[in-house]
Write a protein that binds this ligand. Structure first.
Ligand SMILES: NC(=O)c1ccc[n+]([C@@H]2O[C@H](COP(=O)([O-])OP(=O)(O)OC[C@H]3O[C@@H](n4cnc5c(N)ncnc54)[C@H](O)[C@@H]3O)[C@@H](O)[C@H]2O)c1
Ligand SMILES: [Zn+2]
Length: 348
């Protein structure tokens, strides 16, 4: 299934439920350079036969300017021109690097993505944001440039470790919470192995729905002035605890969503049962809902959040499942919720 969407910054073809090899019906192998990592190059070498490749080490620390400089030099050596198409095949690290490299090489060459992680398929590859880290500052340098295409081939997920599947489901559960009560119910009836091993078309539908939700926010708010901020649901507290406890992003987002739900009960009239329902759902997708945290340390980090102004912070709350809003809250509200979370889970 192919779908084309026009954004303020360009048009993107979404090749849903597709196979990697189908790219060559449209694009010329001669002008293509694959950007991927060692892990994927090894697992899927048969797909890349005869293609020019740039292969990176498989780690977040490769997402920096040194890598961009070295890849750009390799592109020059490979005589890449404005006609070159860069195709990023990998998780968010690879697609972020590819999008940024393609946006700046010769002031911009065409690029496309083949996300190979669930998180990539529902989040990182979608929306046109790309970039690299600058030291400790994540995604500090980047552009908003849309790829020409994004191809979804769920066969790649067969080799994805369970933990990485859970990371992707954390973002899927996030979309369900903020936009889609029906999706929340559907997710409640299933689990990771249903989607990955039993029903590929259900997985493809789920991916297409998440892409549609993300695209809707991006089309209406490409520069993140309003609606797109809703996508940060669960992410404010997540960022604080992710750094403090070196948690994988999805796990931190799961806990961040629990804390955001607790706050929503208090300030946005969210039904108390929703917090319990959310915890159950997260558990079904192997996302922890209880970890030992230090509320005071988390607050110190929150105080550095760019969404904070004076003692207030823009926080995404749920009014009900499927409906989110931005509230400007005193930091003390977040502090109290973190303290309650800490004392509820101190014996974990
Ligand atoms: N641009 C955006 O809008 C956006 C949004 C969200 C996240 N991100 C970025 O995305 C990155 C995280 O992405 P991610 O979660 O995909 O992580 P990742 O790219 O680090 O991939 C996770 C791990 O899975 C491995 N892997 C990838 N595909 C595989 C496969 N099919 N089989 C086996 N192993 C595979 C990778 O080698 C890596 O070890 C972060 O850098 C984050 O900043 C960007
Ligand atoms: Zn996230």
């Amino acid at each position: 299934m192919q779908q084309s969407i026009t954004f303020p910054s360009g048009q993107v073809s979404y090749l849903f439920q597709s196979q990697f090899e189908e790219l060559w019906n449209t694009y010329d192998k001669q002008h293509t350079i694959i950007v991927t990592n060692e892990h994927i190059a090894k697992l899927y070498g048969h797909l890349f036969k005869g293609l020019k490749m740039l292969v990176l080490p498989p780690m977040e620390s490769s997402k920096d300017l040194t890598t961009i400089g070295s890849l750009a030099k390799q592109l020059v050596q490979m005589e890449a021109t404005r006609q070159t198409l860069l195709v990023g095949v990998g998780g968010g690290v690879i697609t972020d690097i590819t999008g940024f490299l393609a946006s700046v090489y010769m002031r911009g060459v065409s690029f496309g993505f083949v996300p190979t992680t669930l998180l990539g398929m529902v989040d990182a590859a979608i929306g046109g944001k790309n970039g690299v880290n600058l030291g400790m500052n994540k995604n500090m340098l980047g552009t908003i440039t849309q790829p020409q295409f994004i191809l979804f081939d769920t066969r790649f997920l067969n080799s994805l470790p369970d933990d990485e599947m859970s990371n992707g489901f954390a973002e899927i559960i996030k979309y369900a919470c903020i936009f889609d009560a029906e999706m929340f119910d559907e997710l409640s009836k299933h689990n990771i192995s249903f989607y990955r091993d039993e029903d590929d078309s259900a997985l493809n539908d789920l991916i297409a729905k998440c892409v549609a939700w993300k695209n809707k926010t991006v089309i209406e708010d490409e520069k993140e002035k309003g609606l797109r901020k809703l996508l940060n649901f669960g992410h404010t507290a997540a960022h604080a605890i992710e750094n403090l406890y070196e948690l994988p992003h999805g796990k931190a987002v799961g806990i961040g969503m629990v804390i955001a739900a607790m706050i929503s009960v208090q300030v946005a009239g969210l039904d108390k049962d929703v917090t319990e329902k959310l915890k159950t759902l997260l558990g079904q997708y192997h996302l922890p809902v209880k970890i030992k945290i230090s509320a005071s340390k988390a607050i110190e980090i929150l105080k550095m959040d760019k969404k904070r102004h004076d003692d207030l912070i823009d926080y995404i709350v749920l009014e009900k499942i499927g409906k989110a809003a931005i509230h400007t809250l005193p930091l003390t509200v977040i502090e109290n919720a973190l303290t309650v979370y800490e004392s509820n889970n101190s014996a974990v």
